[in-house]
Design a binder for this molecule. Structure first.
Ligand SMILES: [Fe+2]
Length: 304
């Protein structure tokens, strides 16, 4: 039943042309053939696509596509979801074909975050070439670490955290509680959980926060070199606010990622990073981190 990796993401936009420009020229993703009008696909490795972006009357993150290693794992997950009282909707063969997977289903977590589930590792052997000359995106050997990570809000934090561990097989990597109101007796703190499903430090993070209007807080992509991060940072600065910078360059304490954050045309952020920590899930003991960043990561909404 355990999720193997973050296989793809589904995003909606009111400005598909703007998204194409952002994806190719700022992020450096490679456009892939579109399966239908109003949909743009983008590659970052040998998978046929990692980003599915569709024209809509709303902007936002729609769903992660969680990958399973086999039909058996996929079926076990659907059974576990049903047993946990979550809705399970199986997509038909045509829908699975257009997503370029063997079988596809949809569900949601107890906080209401939508998800897709699939198995079938389709491979496009055309070489990956970045339109922005990114040297490469890090997805692990044969894509085993997935495309990056996604961060969701979960007001019902404990229930949602338990769901991902008990129903979908994620493991705890790092747990934290941040006291943003001074840490006094009236400050309940904000819970955070960073969860793994492969060697990537986290493929999913949950924050005990009110529901995000953008469908997700952010997603992270990892590039091969620090220069790839720096050049992308330059592209964002050169855009003169067209691509809003959400947080300056910095380094996270827990996954050691050197990264910055920018706002996508759909409202949520992309963290663009390098050199994230790889763990051994078999031996990892969860940490509790007392800070977010070693240095940097000054948020645009911070006043000082
Ligand atoms: Fe992140």
């Amino acid at each position: 039943m355990a999720v193997k990796s973050l296989g793809y993401v589904v995003i909606r936009t009111t400005d598909l042309v703007g998204w194409q420009d952002f994806a190719c020229n700022t992020v450096g993703l490679m456009p892939a053939p579109s399966p239908r009008e109003g949909v743009a696909l983008f590659r970052m490795d040998d998978r046929p696509f990692r980003f599915w972006v569709e024209q809509s009357d709303r902007d936002g993150f729609v769903a992660p596509g969680w990958e399973f290693a086999s039909r058996e794992e996929f079926e076990a997950a659907l059974a576990a979801l049903a047993a946990a009282g979550r809705p399970v909707e199986r997509a038909d063969a045509q829908e699975a074909r257009i997503r370029q997977v063997y079988e596809l289903a949809r569900s949601s977590d107890p906080a209401g975050n939508a998800m897709e589930l699939f198995y079938g590792r389709f491979v496009d052997y055309a070489p990956f070439v970045s339109p922005a000359a990114v040297s490469g995106f890090v997805t692990g050997e044969h894509g085993a670490m997935g495309l990056g990570h996604v961060v969701f809000t979960a007001p019902n934090f404990a229930e949602t955290h338990a769901f991902y561990k008990d129903v979908l097989g994620f493991g705890d990597t790092d747990l934290g509680r941040f006291y943003l109101m001074g840490g006094g007796p009236d400050d309940p703190g904000v819970g955070f959980a960073f969860l793994h499903c492969n060697g990537r430090h986290h493929s999913l993070a949950l924050g005990e926060m009110p529901e995000s209007p953008n469908g997700a807080v952010h997603m992270m992509l990892e590039v091969a070199t620090l220069e790839d991060v720096g050049r992308a940072y330059d592209r964002v600065l050169k855009s003169k606010g067209k691509v809003p910078l959400s947080a300056t360059l910095g380094r996270h304490v827990n996954d050691k990622m050197t990264s910055f954050y920018m706002q996508t045309p759909s409202g949520f952020d992309i963290e663009y990073g390098w050199n994230g920590l790889v763990i051994d899930p078999a031996t990892w003991v969860p940490t509790t981190s007392l800070a977010v960043s070693d240095w940097g990561h000054k948020w645009a909404h911070e006043s000082e």
